[in-house]
Design a protein around this ligand. Structure first.
Ligand SMILES: Nc1ncnc2c1ncn2[C@@H]1O[C@H](COP(=O)(O)OP(=O)(O)OP(=O)(O)O)[C@@H](O)[C@H]1O
Length: 227
């Protein structure tokens, strides 16, 4: 399944003027592809990600996920599509302090209305796949920043999304841990055949992306493509 963004425009009220955060942006991400969106602070990257996640409605343009034009869906329809098809990894792993790594994933299953009992083994396997074998019973404060981000990624993948949206995954990490996370995202993208968009202001590790695009003042331009 692919993510297709067409002619997106997002504005915010700014006093008696209007600020254009996303300006006529078009981007296609196919299954198995990792696209990195780079650009300076305030260039519109997070707004673009929020629109792609259907969390924010664009002023104009289309967001099509797996062939479904999300503009035609109700709020409940968008929420259902998000639960079924979209995995979101926020910059700060928003893990629940009292839950162990495996419980973070089971809680996400519970929210999807699935039987938690049947998912325990799959959750443990997913944690092992992101490099957390043996740490599934640790709580967030017993994990490093990079490990917490791995739990975050495993949780986003637990719903088997077709689209993975990742906001600044390396922001809180040192160089090596940042590289490992980007490598993991690239590997997951191929293995699970997800369409992944990674927003980052970090210009390192971009060789793992199939395509790098740059946002400036809300506009998108291609930087490089390894397709
Ligand atoms: N809810 C909002 N209301 C008004 N203006 C907003 C809102 N959210 C973002 N903006 C403005 O829109 C522009 C784009 O912001 P956005 O957060 O999308 O950029 P960004 O590239 O993700 O920045 P950063 O890398 O600092 O997170 C900025 O000028 C910002 O001040």
């Amino acid at each position: 399944m692919s993510l297709v963004l067409t002619d997106l425009r997002v504005t915010y009220p700014d006093g008696d003027r209007v600020l254009t955060a996303v300006d006529e942006v078009t981007l296609q991400v196919d299954a198995g592809q990792l696209v990195a969106v780079v650009g300076p602070s305030g260039s519109g990257k997070s707004s673009l990600l929020a629109v792609a996640a259907t969390l924010l409605r664009p002023d104009s343009g289309r967001v099509v996920i797996g062939g479904v034009d999300t503009g035609g869906l109700s709020a409940a329809g968008r929420a259902r599509l998000r639960l079924a098809e979209v995995g979101i990894v926020f910059q700060q792993p928003n893990l629940l302090a009292s839950l162990t790594a495996v419980e973070q994933i089971l809680a996400a299953h519970h929210m999807r209305g699935r039987s938690v009992r049947q998912q325990r083994r799959a959750a443990a396997e997913l944690l092992a796949a992101v490099g957390l074998d043996g740490k599934q019973h640790r709580r967030p404060h017993q994990l490093s920043g990079g490990e917490r981000q791995r739990v975050n990624i495993a949780r986003a993948l637990s719903g088997r999304p077709s689209v993975l949206l990742v906001d600044e995954p390396t922001a809180a990490l040192d160089h090596d841990r940042g590289r490992q996370i980007v490598e993991l995202l690239a590997e997951i993208t191929r293995q699970h055949q997800v369409a992944t968009v990674m927003v980052t202001h970090d210009t390192e590790h971009l060789e793992h992306a199939d395509e790098v695009v740059e946002m400036r003042d809300g506009r998108l331009s291609a930087l490089s493509s390894h397709r």
